[in-house]
Design a protein around this ligand. Structure first.
Ligand code: AR6
Length: 167
């Protein structure tokens, strides 16, 4: 079971599942959510509509449509609100519940974007720490996952994750 940090557009990856930093409506949006819906096509939105919505910290799975990945796991990150409003725990839940969904579907490879660090304003270093710690802990219990990719779109996140993984 390995962790790899990549600086890529998540929509191009050929993995079992890419994770989407969605919103509660699951109807698409900007950032990585917009990129995923654009690249995957309308099938994703159709499945999302059937699911209905998703609470913060929870995760649901759909097809990846036209993208090389096989599935999209949609999770809803917390909106940063000063740091004393359960943001860390909710972000942790995003990673835990996405991994849980992957395991339930017997998926081996999963790629995460830097959830909540764009529009939702979560400080990048703190978010990276939560992401890495959560995934590393979870590894011990989840043998069916072989590889987790942290996909960093900007150089700041890439450097943060590279540093933490080396630790
Ligand atoms: N591949 C990988 N990462 C990306 C890509 C991409 N193609 N595009 C952006 N990122 P954000 P959030 C990075 O804002 O903060 C949406 O409107 C980006 O650089 O996409 O969780 C939803 O509908 C950043 O590091 O998600 C919600 O309303 C990271 O993805 C809201 O934004 C997350 O930034 C969610 O906000």
């Amino acid at each position: 079971m390995k962790i790899e940090v990549l600086r890529e557009d998540i929509t191009t990856l050929d993995v079992d599942a890419i994770v989407n930093a969605a919103n509660k409506t699951l109807r698409g949006g900007g950032g990585v959510d917009g990129a995923i819906h654009r690249a995957g096509g309308k099938e994703i939105l159709e499945e999302c509509k059937k699911i209905g919505g998703c609470e913060t910290g929870e995760a649901v799975i759909t097809t990846a449509g036209k993208m090389p990945a096989h599935h999209v796991i949609h999770t809803v990150g917390p909106v940063w609100n000063g740091g004393e409003n359960n943001e860390d725990e909710l972000l942790q839940n995003c990673y835990k519940n996405s991994l849980q969904v992957a395991v339930e579907h017997d998926l081996k490879t999963i790629a995460f974007p830097n959830i909540s660090t764009g529009v939702y304003g979560f400080p990048k270093e703190r978010a990276a720490r939560v992401a890495v710690e959560t995934v590393e802990q979870k590894f011990g219990y989840k043998p069916s996952i072989e590889k987790v990719f942290f996909i960093c779109f900007d150089m700041e996140n890439y450097d943060l994750y590279e540093g933490m993984i080396k630790e």
